[in-house]
Design a protein around this ligand. Structure first.
Ligand code: GLC
Length: 423
């Protein structure tokens, strides 16, 4: 009997060990944390150096990072499939700002609210903090923040005596004038492919024209302000001809590459691109300015809130080590390193007063206001269903397949259905 108990105890111990010191590293007595994340761009070696920093500070834990495709929609697909299947193949995950309520509701995340003190919460930008909170509990820690900004060629604007545009009409005028005088230049590049980035772009035009998606629980997507804004996006290509038709096929990186090779006067993108433009081998080094996005009437500039959060898989094999890693990756010094090395903008507001950051990236201070005012996409567990309706409708309008009114009406009907079902 005694022997039997002993065997049972040993087996349980082995099982316990197996669950917190998993995978082949267990053989070397190490715990391995698997970190899944997307990487729009940037120097992979820099990211590796940051991960190595964690291993140095935490002997006994190794980190293996696994990169997902750049498109947020494809990453979402990966997580839904794997988490639905209760996959324990990864412990820590990078999440788009729009997913946390959905993942929390599905029970796929570990509650990690205890990783942030009240004081730290106050320091985090309000948008991302709201995005990681579901039913009063915190399910992820904001990692870096994004908001749409306008990149412009400082040198060309100076040469042609133009100021950074505050309205879309000014942008069209300046782009057309410079295109006429500088052969082979595109005017304005943005993300018009059928994917999440198109929704972010479109919302910025909607909001900048006084429109929106929801008013309380009511779907107001087919308001005249949105139709006018959507028509304008199409007109950038076919009427004003400042955007080439290829914008309807590009995501962030192809647009960044075009602008970065010196072929465009203006570009809408997230802040990450600035660092890349300043590299020694960049064709536009020292020639790029960043401004708020234009709007239809002056003073109505609106940026979509973007950014990525770090959470722990509910089925993680080593949740405590995973939490340690989340804490490290979102800590002030690491957020600072990520900003300097990769252009990932900190979610901690106090870093916007950091001397080294402001000196290395002077527009950092200007971004603070943009991030404070950035507008979230609807914060609901059903957001992915809403966007899957909007993406094809916006794309059809931008490509001239449907009129803006038709596309928005169709989107409203489907969205009402989703909202009704979700209630
Ligand atoms: C950026 C943003 C993210 C957004 C995506 C759209 O990665 O941070 O929030 O959904 O772009 O492409």
């Amino acid at each position: 009997m005694k022997q039997k108990c002993m065997v049972i105890a040993l087996v349980s111990l082995a099982l316990l060990f197996h669950s917190c010191a998993p995978r082949e590293d267990a053989e070397r007595g190490m715990v391995r944390v698997v970190f899944k994340h997307g990487m729009i761009s940037g120097d992979y070696d820099e990211m590796q150096a940051i991960l190595k920093g964690f291993e140095r500070e935490n002997p006994g834990i190794t980190v293996k990072d696994e990169i997902l495709p750049a498109s947020t929609d494809e990453q979402h697909q990966f997580y839904v499939t794997n988490l639905e299947g209760e996959s324990a193949d990864f412990d820590v995950l990078g999440m788009d700002v729009i997913w946390v309520p959905e993942f929390a509701r599905a029970g796929w995340l570990r509650d990690i609210g205890h990783l942030l003190s009240e004081k730290e919460k106050e320091d985090i930008f309000p948008g991302p903090l709201e995005a990681v909170t579901y039913k009063g509990r915190v399910w992820a820690v904001p990692w870096y923040i994004d908001a749409g900004v306008l990149y412009y060629r400082k040198d060309l604007l100076e040469k042609h005596r133009a100021a950074p545009p505050e309205t879309w009409a000014e942008l069209c005028g300046t782009a057309a004038r410079i295109m006429a005088r500088e052969k082979g230049m595109y005017g304005f590049i943005w993300q018009g492919k059928q994917y999440e980035g198109l929704v972010c772009n479109a919302l910025e035009y909607f909001w900048g024209n006084g429109g929106g998606l929801l008013d309380g629980g009511k779907v107001v997507i087919d308001c005249p302000e949105n139709a006018e804004a959507l028509r304008f996006m199409r007109d950038l290509i076919v009427l004003y001809r400042v955007s080439p038709p290829l914008v309807t096929t590009v995501m962030e990186e192809p647009s960044r590459l075009l602008f970065g090779s010196g072929k465009a006067v203006f570009m809408r993108n997230w802040p990450y691109a600035w660092n890349i433009f300043q590299r020694p081998d960049s064709a536009v080094r020292g020639k790029v300015g960043v401004a708020k996005l234009p709007s239809f009437k002056k003073g109505m500039s609106a940026s979509a809130l973007g950014g990525w959060q770090i959470g722990v898989n509910r089925y993680a094999k080593c949740p405590l080590e995973a939490e340690k890693f989340v804490r490290y990756l979102t800590s002030p010094p690491v957020q600072k390193d990520l900003a300097l090395a990769l252009g990932y903008r900190p979610t901690r507001r106090s870093l916007y007063r950091d001397r080294d950051l402001v000196a290395a990236q002077p527009f950092t201070a200007g971004l603070y206001e943009v991030f404070m005012r950035a507008r979230p996409r609807p914060v609901t567990p059903y957001y992915m269903m809403l966007t899957q309706v909007m993406q094809p409708e916006f794309s059809a309008a931008v490509n001239g397949i449907k009129s803006p009114e038709e596309a928005l009406r169709s989107a409203r009907l489907q969205m009402e259905h989703i909202m009704g079902a979700g209630r």
